[in-house]
Design a protein around this ligand. Sequence first.
Ligand SMILES: C[S@@+](CC[C@H](N)C(=O)[O-])C[C@H]1O[C@@H](n2cnc3c(N)ncnc32)[C@H](O)[C@@H]1O
Length: 128
Amino acid sequence: MVTGWPFFVASPEEHVAPALDLAEVGPGMRVADLGCGDGRLLLAAAQRGAEVVGVELDEQLAARARRRLAEVGLPGQVLVGDVLADELPEADVYLAYRSPSMLQELVEGAGLSRRGVRLVTVATGCRD
Ligand SMILES: C[S@@+](CC[C@H](N)C(=O)[O-])C[C@H]1O[C@@H](n2cnc3c(N)ncnc32)[C@H](O)[C@@H]1O
């Protein structure tokens, strides 16, 4: 289990559907959660018929996310990896609940701004 930074804070359940609505997540779309935590966004996207893939630094959280999908019999991939260092999975929509500075790093480092993809972040009043 990773302790300290980076830390896991789950998206509040009431933010999950609006985030997916904003990205117009639907059947057949490829959705990647960059730092997928316990997989709640992956699960919700998979329930809408999206192809989901999560990347998570923390192995235990990745296992939890896999279990979450498996428990309801939905397909999806959860990779243990570092989204700032590893190649990102191809997707139509990227979800990332991160601080503004980490989002900036992600967008610039991984070149998300050049890919013409949708990037949706869940914010709960964090500042940095
Ligand atoms: C704020 S939580 C969000 C979890 C989930 N996406 C959600 O919205 O409920 C951020 C997650 O990103 C993971 N994380 C942080 N840095 C990471 C990195 N460089 N690569 C992959 N995962 C990372 C953390 O372990 C944590 O689970």
